[in-house]
Design a binder for this molecule. Structure first.
Ligand code: GRG
Length: 307
């Protein structure tokens, strides 16, 4: 990317603002999770669960949810349960992803992966407990959205996480290793593995805002595209990023023979594809006018991020 001096200054200011926003949102979600777990009976799994989900990670999905809420004037107290539930599912997927039977990674978020710190069995159980915790969080009595909306949110989060979503994406990702796959097969895999949770983030905001079925579908698909963009930037960071900034090892995709768009298309074409994808996403957000400002800033950060 090349910038004029003036644009570079603007971009750097924006980056600072976005980092601040990410930290503020992450702290809010961490606080919610700490309080939620405090109210529950203590179990041996609380420690590895907290290790996996609290005080770590960008919690970018929470920021996307809160930004998407702004499209429909939804207050953050109506969205905090959704943020916490999504971060539980996301962290669960990372704990399991790091296991020796999956991607076998020993560093995550700049510290030992959960199974390295607590052992494999505790990591499996802590991950699974975060999955179920997500649904306890959405259905808690204190969460003031209607039972009909809660039901819809539960159904959508379950289908985005399970065999029609993240889990299948992961299965395909592992099965595609060292195989020659087409662009469409890789897009389908990435949209499931990473896109489905972003799909849910936007769908949840539209559902809470009581939007029509058509509008909810439109936002789900937009969310999935944001997820694909996020995955593309993750692929670039694996190839060219800093493991110190990322908090995880880099240059793993090639070693493992992962099927990625970057590998299949090459750098130039993959960057062009990502730029176009971002342009399309921003165009589709145009109809929301100024209300999309925060979401647009976050999408620009996703594209330019270094961590
Ligand atoms: C069914 C939820 C579920 C999980 C089981 C293991 C598995 C199946 C899925 C793994 C999916 C996976 C690892 C997707 C990768 C998505 C991705 C790019 C993760 C990195 O996200 P960041 O950068 O991480 O937001 P931080 O650390 O910032 O939270």
């Amino acid at each position: 990317m090349s910038y004029s001096k003036k644009n570079l200054k603007r971009f750097q200011k924006l980056k600072k603002m976005i980092k601040k926003k990410l930290i503020k949102n992450a702290q809010k979600v961490d606080k919610f999770l700490i309080n939620f777990l405090k109210k529950q009976k203590y179990s041996l799994l609380v420690k590895p669960m907290k290790y996996g989900v609290i005080s770590g990670g960008k919690k970018i999905r929470s920021t996307i949810i809160l930004d998407a809420g702004k499209l429909f004037n939804i207050k953050s107290n109506k969205l905090i349960n959704i943020c916490a539930a999504v971060e539980c599912i996301h962290s669960y997927s990372l704990i399991h992803d790091d296991l020796p039977c999956m991607d076998n990674d020993s560093i995550r978020r700049g510290k030992p992966s959960t199974h390295i710190k607590y052992g494999e069995s505790s990591a499996v159980l802590a991950g699974s407990s975060l999955l179920t915790l997500a649904f306890e969080i959405i259905t808690e009595n204190k969460y003031s959205v209607s039972p009909k909306i809660k039901n819809e949110l539960v159904r959508s989060l379950a289908s985005c996480s399970g065999h029609t979503g993240i889990a299948e994406g992961q299965e395909l990702d592992l099965k595609f290793e060292k195989k020659k796959k087409t662009i469409n097969q890789i897009i389908d895999m990435q949209k499931k593995k990473t896109g489905k949770l972003f799909n849910f983030c936007l769908y949840a905001a539209a559902t809470i805002a009581n939007k029509s079925v058509t509008e909810k579908k439109r936002l789900s698909s937009l969310g999935e595209d944001i997820g694909l963009l996020f995955q593309l930037s993750d692929d670039f960071l694996d190839k060219k990023g800093s493991s110190k900034l990322m908090g995880k090892p880099v240059k793993k995709d090639n070693k493992k023979g992962k099927s990625t768009l970057l590998k299949l298309m090459g750098e130039k074409k993959a960057l062009f594809y990502a730029e176009n994808l971002k342009k399309n996403i921003l165009n589709k957000l145009g109809k929301h006018g100024k209300k999309a400002k925060e979401l647009i800033n976050t999408i620009n950060f996703i594209f330019e991020r270094k961590f």
